[in-house]
Design a protein around this ligand. Sequence first.
Ligand SMILES: *[C@@H]1O[C@H](CO)[C@@H](O)[C@H](O)[C@H]1NC(C)=O
Ligand SMILES: *[C@@H]1O[C@H](CO)[C@@H](O)[C@H](O)[C@H]1NC(C)=O
Ligand SMILES: *[C@@H]1O[C@H](CO)[C@@H](O)[C@H](O)[C@H]1NC(C)=O
Length: 530
Amino acid sequence: MALSKVWISLFLIVFTLTGSISEEESESKEFVVTLDHSNFTDFVAKHKFVVVEFYAPWCGHCKKLAPEYEKAAAILSKNDPLVVLAKVDANEEKNKPLASEFEIQGFPSLKILRYGGSVVQEYKGPREADGIVTYLKKQSGPASNEIKSPEDATTVIDDSKILVVGVFPEFSGEQFENFTTLAERLRADYEFGHTLDAKLLPRGDSSVVGPIVRLFKPFDELFVDFQDFDVDALVKSVEETSIPTVTLFNKDPKHHPFVIKFFNSPNAKAMLFLNFGSEHYDAYRSKYHDVAEQFKGKGLSFLMGDIEASQGAFQYFGLKDEQIPLIIIQTNDGKKYLKPNVEPDQIAAWVKDFKDGNVQPFKKSEPIPEANNEPVKVVVADNFQDTVFNSGKNVLLEFYAPWCGHCKKLAPILDEVAISFQSDPDVVIAKIDSTANDIPNETFDVKGYPTLYFKTASGNILPIELRWLQNLNPERRSCNEGWSIIIFGKSFCENNLMILASQETEKDGLRDEKSYPSPQDLPIPLPSHT
Ligand SMILES: *[C@@H]1O[C@H](CO)[C@@H](O)[C@H](O)[C@H]1NC(C)=O
Ligand SMILES: *[C@@H]1O[C@H](CO)[C@@H](O)[C@H](O)[C@H]1NC(C)=O
Ligand SMILES: *[C@@H]1O[C@H](CO)[C@@H](O)[C@H](O)[C@H]1NC(C)=O
């Protein structure tokens, strides 16, 4: 789950960057309602449709959203039915129980609360004002709209999205009710329509009178009919048939919802990256599509990504431009399998080899440093086994990211620790750039940076808790337990090794959360409270 979040963030960064970011000043009257732990429940109970943004004051994405959200709130304040936009500062200590009640894991998080809060739904719409307004108008209206004319049909059926249409001889009866329930349940993800006349629809048998559900999609066979009106069966049919055989990923936002689905799938994920502008594109596309058809229902999902949109993914996986066209498969245990410079005719055989267990996993690594003679040793994926597991020494290892501010603050301290142990042949102080190297196995739980682990000479692995001095209170500057860094039984506070955290650092939490490629550009997970 957590991994799929990272993947999604990493792909969606493109959309965030290309979306319009208007910095218009908000007007003096505020339309966004501020809520907190004291009045949240009462306020929500009084309203049929409230959108709540959980934010943190330090979160960059929240700052970008704020003027757009306010603009949308102003427009929607005139909407009928009333749509209220509200916000909760989830970083505020007293509001934290509220945030955990709604399982908030990153900022900003938007939820739609219907009918006094009895139905809670994820906000899955755009993040700029016009998009927010359009999405919420639709969400606050009926879940399914009647299609009465061919014009109605052409306005709702296009080549960017899925539309689910119920065809009925009359708008009553159990099938119609079940269709309505389906539409209510999945309205956040799909659009729905209903009609008395199949002739109005652009595809499929136009003589049916129903009841029948016809799903229109912009890919593959373009429409599918279902006749099992059990609600769960309907949900399942819609979910299953709405995944493209091959998900496309480029800068076109219409693919965005399908990319999310791809990453949320429990399957292993095959990704073919190439230049969509290349003359060989069609050859790759058709061969890849054949393979995807062949492996349908066999635990493997397929995506084809344009190199232009995939730079984030390339850095994440440690791939190089000269390797394209390439296929990478990532399994759910985090293993990666790579076929660089693949030819269209090699795709099928290679995927089969992978399935048969005949492909070795691929590991991202920086080159092994030639002279590793600084006090803090450099570990990379390719020498991890030798330096960490097989060295027979006590190893203190820092997992860091180049962009992480807290790691920069730790660096001089780590240096000092390393220098003080330099004459001890049994101790190694080391660091690994976790963004450029795959951590070899699941022994280390690296959720943020810096993360420190200690491997004893006998092979035990222990996480190390970093404790920064939280304020400048002079009494606390002594070497009290809980406020110092103690490594190998040596307390380093006496060598001025404590960090005097600024106000800013305190708010930030102690670590920079793990995300890619830079925390400012992504929905930032809640800071940990170690
Ligand atoms: C809820 O309480 C907060 C803090 O007292 C206040 O700023 C806010 O305006 C209140 N909201 C409503 C809708 O009463
Ligand atoms: C409607 O859905 C319910 C619950 O899922 C199911 O028991 C019932 O058989 C469905 N009705 C029809 C006509 O399929
Ligand atoms: C990680 O690697 C070490 C050394 O090869 C091994 O002892 C350990 O069992 C591995 N742990 C996992 C979870 O694979």
